[in-house]
Ligand binder design. Structure first.
Ligand SMILES: Cc1cc2nc3c(=O)[nH]c(=O)nc-3n(C[C@H](O)[C@H](O)[C@H](O)COP(=O)(O)OP(=O)(O)OC[C@H]3O[C@@H](n4cnc5c(N)ncnc54)[C@H](O)[C@@H]3O)c2cc1C
Length: 497
């Protein structure tokens, strides 16, 4: 493999392309030339509106001011996801981004929850969950520590990053790539645009979305299909007018007959979508179900997106690295695509930083890159399957399928450890920590059969009193917090000093 990466060409100007380009020009300032090639005619997916807390780390590393970012993207704050009707119709639970405080020193104690006759929902012991349910939001402080993320307009985010990257010397080339020429070693030599221009590079980052122009169409890297476990393969997306002043600080994900519906509140509109499995529901019926759920006037015709869940076998092949939808897609239930983009960027930056510091990459480095990225996909896949496979719903073909399908071994092992011993096992490259797994187990009313005997020593009355005291303290502190829209407006009015 050539070790010269002076000219890096990013193919695609969606969130993946501009996030990658902005990170490269910021992190490797002056050491590489970065060019982004995108086609306005093809456009971007642009429906990714809900994120994961790691987006804040990305923005901070790039020196992006929070108020400026929220203004530019019509963004709002997100404390987690409210899951409706996943266990049974009428039941709901909240998955926050962790932190249940010190529940007698261990999350495992919650495994005893039922045995001790404590039937209150786990969320009552969690500050951000109570904030979300009451529609409140404040930034974390020493007294209230929690993670948060954002909802935003993905098209505006890509445009915001484009401006930033171009200011930091990324070159922007508009044009449709019609052909790709190869090097003798099988890698990519140059892109040929349909107007005759030619773009050469040493390293090509494939951010061409579902097109997967370089890694898929040119290098023919096989696709690892997760469709059996994650059968959704289409989505209708439709923005609608925002109604009222209130702004929910969370994403709503409601399970439906053939999939699930999202609701994402932004400053200027509410994003709605229905992710469905075409094996189990006719797309026209899925569209009707979405339209029936809108809580404001539609601002556009519903847009249909089709996809496969899974990833390319390898992510870095020859001089092509895929980041974003070109590398793979897990359905958007836990808003993990932008997180996976960031994961790809940090692996790429680590490799390039090593090369620019004089440590050449070898085959093992590439194998580690590819294995790590594949493991990350598999871990998140397992976490998403967890939301489906514990369902008690049997009212439609989709729910009968997911409740009886054979699970990936890695997930089956975790479920066994939880059921038998109350252990929340974590592998390498997890995307979600034990607290997140606990939130879904608890939300899906899934408890272990046995417990660590150590916890049996806690007298029931003492446990009840401690939990009650904590619940009341959380209630009282959240009651004093302002509503989400109030905090947001205050942030939007802030000027950078
Ligand atoms: C239904 C759905 C819901 C989603 N929800 C979320 C969510 O809530 N949260 C989240 O994090 N993610 C979500 N995502 C994923 C998110 O939309 C994407 O991960 C993100 O936008 C990155 O997309 P991308 O940049 O890889 O691809 P795209 O946005 O598709 O960009 C591809 C780019 O490649 C260019 N291109 C392609 N072919 C050529 C060519 N021949 N010549 C020149 N240029 C070309 C295009 O012009 C475009 O600029 C969702 C995705 C779907 C499908």
């Amino acid at each position: 493999m050539s070790q010269t990466f002076n000219r890096i060409v990013v193919v695609g100007g969606g969130s993946a392309g501009w996030m990658t380009a902005a990170a490269l020009v910021t992190g490797l300032k002056g050491r590489v030339a970065v060019e982004v090639v995108e086609s306005e005619d093809i456009g971007i997916v642009g429906v990714g509106e809900a994120t994961f807390p790691s987006i804040r780390d990305y923005n901070q590393l790039l020196g992006i001011d929070e108020a400026e970012f929220l203004r530019a993207t019509n963004g709002s704050y997100k404390l987690g996801i409210r899951f409706g009707d996943w266990l049974e119709v009428g039941q709901d639970y909240f998955h926050t981004f962790g932190h249940f405080g010190n529940l007698f020193g261990s999350q495992t104690l919650w495994a005893q929850h039922r045995r001790m006759g404590l039937t209150e929902p786990l969320g009552q012991q969690c500050v951000p969950t109570v904030m979300a349910m009451k529609g409140r939001f404040v930034l974390p402080s020493e007294q209230a520590q929690f993670k948060y993320a954002y909802h935003f307009d993905a098209v505006r985010y890509a445009a915001f990053l484009r401006e930033l990257a171009v200011k930091r010397d990324a070159r922007h080339t508009q044009g449709r790539i019609a052909d790709v020429s190869r090097r003798a070693d099988g890698g990519v030599a140059a892109l040929h645009l349909d107007d005759g221009r030619r773009v050469e590079g040493d390293l090509f980052i494939d951010c061409s979305g579902f097109n997967a122009l370089l890694l898929g169409k040119t290098l023919n890297e096989p696709f690892v299909d997760f469709g059996h476990w994650l059968p959704v393969d289409g989505a209708w997306a439709c923005p609608c007018e925002r109604t009222g002043e209130e702004l929910a600080p969370y994403t709503q994900a409601t399970a439906l007959e053939g999939g699930w519906a999202w609701r994402i509140p932004l400053q200027n509109r509410t994003g709605h979508g229905h992710v469905f499995a075409s094996r189990f529901i006719d797309p026209d019926r899925a569209r009707e179900q979405l339209l029936a759920r809108l809580d404001g006037k539609p601002l556009a015709e519903p847009r249909l997106l089709r996809f496969s869940t899974g990833h390319r076998e390898r992510f870095w092949v020859h001089n092509v690295v895929a980041i974003g939808l070109s590398s793979g897609f897990l359905e958007p239930l836990e808003s993990t695509s932008i997180y996976l983009i960031q994961d790809g960027i940090s692996r790429l930056m680590a490799a390039l930083t090593a090369v620019t510091a004089g440590r050449p990459l070898n085959e093992s480095d590439l194998a580690l890159f590819n294995d790590g990225a594949a493991r990350r996909f598999a871990r998140i896949r397992d976490f998403i399957i967890l939301h489906y496979c514990l369902t008690r719903r049997r009212d439609s073909a989709l729910w009968r399928h997911v409740s009886s399908m054979e699970l990936p071994e890695t997930l089956a092992f975790k479920l066994e450890l939880w059921r038998r011993y109350g252990v929340l096992h974590q592998y390498d490259d997890e995307g979600f920590d034990a607290t997140s797994w606990l939130a879904v187990h608890a939300g899906m009313d899934h408890w272990p059969e046995r417990h660590d005997p150590v916890y049996g020593e806690i007298p029931r009355e003492r446990a009840l009193a401690a939990l009650d005291q904590r619940r009341q303290a959380i209630e009282a502190s959240v009651e004093r917090m302002p509503p989400h829209h109030f905090t947001l407006l205050k942030m939007l009015a802030e000027r950078r000093v």
